[in-house]
Write a protein that binds this ligand. Sequence first.
Ligand code: 13P
Ligand code: SF4
Length: 317
Amino acid sequence: MTRRQPPDYISEIKRMKAKKNAIILAHYYQTGDIQDIADFVGDSLALSQKASSNSADIILFAGVKFMAETAKILAPGKKVLLPDMNAGCSLADSCKAEDFVEFIKNNPGRTIVTYVNTTAEIKALSDIVCTSSNAVQIINSLPKEERIIFAPDRNLGNYVINKTGRDIVVWNGTCHVHEEFSLEGILKLKNENPEAKIIVHPECELPVRMIADFIGSTSSLLNFTKKDNGKCYIVATEPGIIHQMKKENPDKKYIPAPPKDSTCGCSECNFMKLITMEKIYKCLKDETPEIFVEKNILTDAQKPIKRMMEISKKLGL
Ligand code: 13P
Ligand code: SF4
């Protein structure tokens, strides 16, 4: 008896994409092989922009749930698939709708700005959404006298206060990946590689941000390594981004920043890494799991996301 060969996932995925008029959108924190089969790879802002302007019938999201939900909110007529519904986000989880309603009540009269790393329910409660690519510009676009609530990331929130000097109360949420970078570990690496530049995502804690040569969203970090004349970088964000950095500049050296817990050794986002090639294949074949957002929530969540996208477009972001 001959044993059945496992399917060749990559060629099957390519075949099904063409047959079903589907596209794969992947975040930079996906594994390199998944980034390479995607039709588009980007940061949260670019992925939202792509989700709202494409001619596919199906969007398969290689990322986490809040990203796929944002795609569904922006393209409600399309089928949006997420290969693993457990691909959540510790930051989005840190802000539950019922607690946020209470927070808003306790801080009345403030404009509600939320980072895209939230559930659709939180977006529906917001005046405007932002991503790490445009948080400073979005806040600066609001009238000077407006007082603001920023949620859910306290590190990004404090970074934005520092950059804008605005009156902002910040929700006390964090990302378990960015919160965990070790200041001592990064300084040790810098000592061993004195020529290295330290590049940091704004979700990192203040001590790590303070030693950064450059702070920015995933795409800004990538652009920095592309244009900068340095040769070596200590990268304080999820190491999936290094795949693109290496593709752009293979001769440069990229060192992932270490986490505080040295037993685990790497700073991968366990949620992002739930997406595998096999799950993408099965998801595209069976067209499940599919993302659904309740109609009222979808309508209310659309406004603050679209407002962000209009401002971003005006500012050329
Ligand atoms: P970016 O918007 O910079 O891609 O960040 C997304 C994210 O989840 C950071 O942890
Ligand atoms: Fe969420 Fe952090 Fe993972 Fe980004 S890295 S998806 S913020 S848990």
